[in-house]
Design a protein around this ligand. Structure first.
Ligand code: 6PG
Length: 246
């Protein structure tokens, strides 16, 4: 583990080791939160990196070790597509994890990507306040990092305005020619712990820029992730870490 002023960095030899480490982190956070507070609130990341970790959680022994009755699953962002669309982050989580575990359906909160984006974001914002209070504090928020430095659906040039209260926004992303639904930095940074999982040589230049370069969250939105009273943990494989000053 390398400690930096931009979060702790754990480097794994291979993507498989990273997946095992991420799955174990989730299981450990769940066990601690349920023991301490009787519930575990997690927000899943989308994209491809977390697939392998979710798959491990959906298999024995982890699938039966975690107390899913007291686990509440949310999503840190979603594409504006129906849940059955191959692009859906929910669909990815459903295929790898949700359909393999005994979790009460009402414990899983899907962002409705099929609805009007602004309405879907507002509805999710309301659910978060109903379930976690007006200042929601997740036990664990999972994120990834895009090659251009985005995280969740916080993209350079398309950051939602920080009005100090919005938890979930629906920015239009010009390069994607689409809206997205996303947690805002305010919500992310209120978490007890944020884990950013990043792998592959393709992410190495951006990871080095984000960790070792100037603070430019306008260019690299993942630099907005800085929990105010919580831990930021980067979980990266050797290839993604290959340009880091470690
Ligand atoms: C999404 C994700 C996004 C993702 C990064 C990394 O909806 O695409 O939330 O923020 O985490 O783009 O994606 P990969 O894991 O596929 O590299």
């Amino acid at each position: 583990m390398v400690q930096t002023d931009r979060g702790d960095v754990e480097i794994f030899e291979t993507p498989a080791d990273l997946a095992a480490g991420l799955a174990q982190l989730i299981a450990d956070c769940a066990s601690f939160a349920i023991t301490e507070r009787g519930a575990f609130y997690i927000a899943l990341a989308g994209g491809t990196t977390p697939r392998a970790a979710y798959t491990l959680l959906g298999e024995e022994p982890m699938s039966t070790e975690i107390n899913w009755d007291d686990t509440f699953i949310f999503f840190s962002d979603e594409r504006c597509v129906p849940p059955g669309d191959p692009q859906s982050n929910y669909k990815m989580a459903e295929e790898t994890l949700l359909e393999h575990i005994k979790i009460p359906p009402h414990n899983v909160h899907r962002m409705r990507g099929e609805d009007d984006p602004a309405k879907a974001a507002a509805a999710y914002d309301k659910i978060l306040q109903q379930d976690l209070g007006e200042n929601p504090r997740f036990d664990l928020i999972l994120l990834g990092m895009g090659p251009e430095g985005h995280t969740a659906s916080l993209f350079p040039g398309s950051l939602p305005a920080d009005d100090g209260k919005t938890l979930v926004a629906a920015p239009y992303i010009p390069k994607l020619k689409s809206h997205r639904i996303t947690f805002t930095p305010r919500l992310v940074n209120n978490a007890r712990r944020v884990a950013i999982a990043t792998e592959g040589a393709g992410k190495a230049p951006m990871l080095a820029a984000v960790m070792n370069g100037p603070l430019r969250p306008d260019l690299y939105p993942v630099q907005l992730v800085a929990p105010t009273d919580g831990e930021l943990k980067w979980m990266v494989d050797r290839l993604a870490a290959s340009e880091l000053n470690t």
